[in-house]
Design a protein around this ligand. Sequence first.
Ligand code: MOS
Length: 685
Amino acid sequence: MTTLSDRQAIGRDLVRREGGLKVTGTAPYADDAEVDSPVFCRLLLSPTARGRVTGIEVPEVPGLLTVLRAGSAEKLTSTGDDELAVLQDTSIAFRGQIIGAVIAETSEAAREAARLARVACTEEPQDTAFSPDRDDLYKPEKVNAGYPTDTAQGDLDAAMRTADVTVERTYTTATYHNNPMEPHSTTALWDGENLLLWESTQGVHPVRETVTEVFGLAPERVRVVSPHVGGGFGSKGAAHANVIVAAMAARALPGRPVRLALTRREMFSLVGYRTRTVMRTRLASSADGVLSGVGMDVVAPTSKVTEFAEQAGVPTRMMYAAPHRATSHRLAALDVPVPTWMRAPGECPGMFGNEVAMDELAEELGVDPIELRVRNEPAVDPASGKPYSSRGLVACLRSGAERFGWSGRRRHRVGDWLVGTGVASSVYPAFRMPHSTAHLRYADGRYVVSIGAADLGTGTWTALAQIAADGLGVPVELVEARIGDTDQPYASVAGGSSGISTWGSAIVEAARAFREKHGTEPPDGAEATGEIGSNPAQGQYAMYAFGAQFAEVHVHADTGEIRVPRLFGMFAAGRIVNPRTARSQLIGGMTMGLSMALHETSVLDPRFGHVVTQDFADYHVATCADAYRVEADWIDEHDRHVNPMGTKGIGEIGIVGTAAAIVNAAHHATGARIRDLPLTLDKLL
Ligand code: MOS
């Protein structure tokens, strides 16, 4: 007998539908686009951080077709974002900027031409040394995602003066480069009046918007195709200069498809990164652990080309109750590459400062770190005064503690290893973007749902079919999703963990319209469209996913070697569409947090403005050998306010708080309090 729940697709552990294509190497990525006789583009990058290009000489390598040069390339429309004004003049704004491109018949010829190219440029004094003590720090108008730069409620200074116990500490995070497995790549073709782009992107429609603006084209003349994406982590959330160059190269060679795949090294100056943050954190508490004040003042670098302000102070605004609160952000604008989104921008570094500070306070008070957090649970969002649509932090802390084995926690020693445990909270906003449209069609016993959504390796192909199946009330096996093409209806970017919430809402709407029009026995060719605007409940509720991260850390007593044999994350992230792909997202985020805690740091040499860590030998990313037991689970949560499915995003919350849990566990093991990431063994000796 088939029961209703047997038929329900949401919540079912289904394998990725495109998984077979991926593991057999046959899923077509942007650089694999099947085109006739492609040509190949290679970039020329500035060898200095500030100056002017005075000449580019490229020898006549056999197969060389054309050269694009800074200052003499085709004129583009300014979007107001100077990162995209590529090759428009000869000025150099950072080291590793695109100053030219060569296009040749073969990949080898393009590489050879780029290698032999002689670039002449003038050098001007450059300014690339970041310090929070610079006297030219400025207050940006707003920080990332449009949040206010500064906030203040009550009088935090007075709260700090009168509190029984205070913590005032500075925490720093390093520079992190997004390193998706698939480098950014484009295959571009000018076909008569039309531009066709196969692109590795988190959003085909947003790329089309940028490209049409830059080239002054009508939207119907540009098509962007991106069925499979080998990771993005925010670096593929918006088109960078390389996409514009690929299109320019294609325009220079009409009818010839141009391939431009970035090298790993080029990714370290061209596609964004997470900036360093310096976070001064303040906590004011009563002797029994009730906070009267919380504060965070953030200083970070940005680029002079395009401003990006990592909003690390934002989670402090809403995380814990306290009447007196203040947050601020200041920037130093430098001659450095343009920063951008990286998995949980703001929350990820911000919750490192926040959650290590909470651990320091708990220690100072002699209160269990979980109890301290529970005592400061707010009844409503302290920042907005709105009720939470659902807030599962305490449930995650309590059930996570049980599962992890938190109680009876004690620092001990096993052989030569010092053993400790640590905890930290996670949070990420439950965003839903204001626009998306889905289309449904029925024919030959099958339903096809089309929406220009993105699958970054996260399971979108499968999850959207699950949502459509439940919306239609049909078995998921009968539903096929088609995504990743601007020929499909408009989809918002896969960013801010908003993808499934936004696209799924449009699909539910399309399914509702379909059933209303065609009933349960639709005729062949039956169709319906669903379009969503912004969520009306957004104004009434504060909407967030929460989590609790637990870490066990072992530190070698003699060498300081650090191991993390156990990470456990408990999340409250709304309804889970597909446990298999959700778990993979959460433990992926946690592993990236482990990587942030122990390994990742990009080094810029301020003498030359050069990012010197440009490969995986220098920029260390956690490997399988670093990740022992990384486990994630979630509590049942069905939030009716966030969207019709009751889901919250899960792409980013997994990285939030992980580094703090590990640093707190290392402190528990050793007594050493590390406030500057990464946590390397020299800091523990
Ligand atoms: Mo995510 S960093 O919002 O693409």
